[in-house]
Design a protein around this ligand. Structure first.
Ligand code: ATP
Length: 354
């Protein structure tokens, strides 16, 4: 990677005797949008707060633009932050909220007015300058919070679950707007979320966190299609896991409920009798034969969920249930529960999980 703009180096954090962040490492390039994705309590917010300066690391260092900022106070870091709860000042107007940081820094009235107008245009709320927070919707309040964070021209933007208090539709439109603004400004951004779809849709890269560590860092494509651990595979997207036993290591053969799979040279050091977990995404499985998907297993349809453009079908195969997605075809009736069905997939799409 080119010189990183933000480096989080071997960072640890303990509260009392509980270690909540352990040996966390991450490099973020200038202009990159990186998400921390993970379940509640995995340490996402704690890492973000250490970058912002609200928590001090127990060990390790944080470097921004080549400068070690680990011991600087938050107001010395030139970092903008947006929180989950809107956290606007209720007794200040929108314009006063946006201009707050500039005023504290001693900017002139004319400079503040100019910057506030620029920010209101950036977030597409030019008419809102004189309103108070209680007169705004949740989505509008979060856009103002973003404008307030960006007004002092920070080097780094930190967003801590900024969309989680909003309803689903606003959440989607605002995440697209945040991404567009971030790209137009080219500002390096770290975004915390526990929502995998959100992380997949807006990030350049994702750090999937578990137990205070970064389990895997990669592009959304890599995280979804090449998960390196069982946790990442299960946390991101829906997954079918087949438990297998190696039957012929030299030939790459693995026995699973309902059949035998051939994985050729993908078994690594495995020996005959070893247990393996093999996983498949629903979209990698077809109902019925499909060119290029040469592994076939027989089963029976146990559930059908019509989701609109996609139909999710569950098929019982050798004592377990496999989920697959098939596209809706308006010209033909959907599959029915109880029908005998053959599923097909390519053994090349199987993920071998450690
Ligand atoms: P969520 O998605 O629920 O916000 P998170 O991944 O952001 O979770 P953190 O808020 O970073 O998780 O918390 C990580 C762990 O550290 C949790 O177990 C939490 O209880 C603990 N923790 C956080 N702050 C403190 C604190 N000030 N004192 C003691 N424990 C804390």
């Amino acid at each position: 990677m080119a010189d990183p703009f933000l480096s989080i180096l071997h960072v640890e954090k303990s509260f009392g005797s509980t270690r909540v962040v352990q040996d966390f490492n991450l490099d973020v390039k200038a202009g990159e949008f990186v998400s921390f994705l993970g379940p509640s309590g995995c340490g996402k917010t704690t890492v973000l707060r250490m970058v912002a300066g609200f928590e001090e690391p127990s060990a390790g260092a944080i470097v921004v633009g080549g400068k070690d900022i680990t011991r600087l106070r938050p107001n010395q870091r030139n970092i903008g932050m947006v929180f989950q709860a809107y956290a606007l000042f209720p007794n200040l107007t929108v314009a006063q909220n946006i201009g707050f940081g500039l005023k504290v820094a001693g900017a002139s009235r004319a400079d503040i007015d100019k910057r506030v107008a620029e920010m209101l245009a950036l977030i597409s709320l030019p008419q809102m300058a004189d309103r108070y927070p209680y007169q705004l919707s949740g989505g509008q309040q979060q856009r103002i919070a973003l404008a307030r964070a960006l007004a002092p021209k920070p080097k780094l933007l930190l967003l801590d679950e900024p969309l989680s208090a909003l309803d689903a539709k606003v959440r989607v439109s605002l995440r697209e707007e945040i991404r567009a603004i971030q790209k137009s400004l080219g500002i390096t951004t770290v975004f915390v979320t526990h929502d995998q779809e959100e992380a997949l849709s807006i990030s350049d890269r994702i750090a999937v966190m578990y137990g205070g560590r970064a389990e895997q860092v990669g592009t959304p494509f890599e995280i979804y299609n090449r998960p390196q651990t069982k946790f990442v595979a299960n946390f991101v997207g829906t997954l079918n896991v087949l438990e297998g036993t190696v039957t012929d290591a030299a030939a790459g053969k693995v026995g699973v409920d309902g059949g035998e799979l051939v994985l050729k040279d993908r078994l690594g050091e495995a020996r005959n009798g070893d247990k393996l977990s093999l996983a498949l995404r629903p979209e990698a499985i077809s109902l019925g034969p499909q060119p290029g998907r040469n592994t076939r297993l027989a089963g029976e349809i146990s559930e059908v969920h019509f989701l609109g453009s996609v139909i999710r079908v569950r098929v019982g195969v050798g004592g377990r249930t496999v989920s697959l997605d098939t596209f809706n075809n308006p010209a033909s009736p959907p599959p029915a529960v109880g029908e005998k069905a053959e599923i097909s997939f390519s053994s090349g799409d199987l993920l071998v999980l450690s």
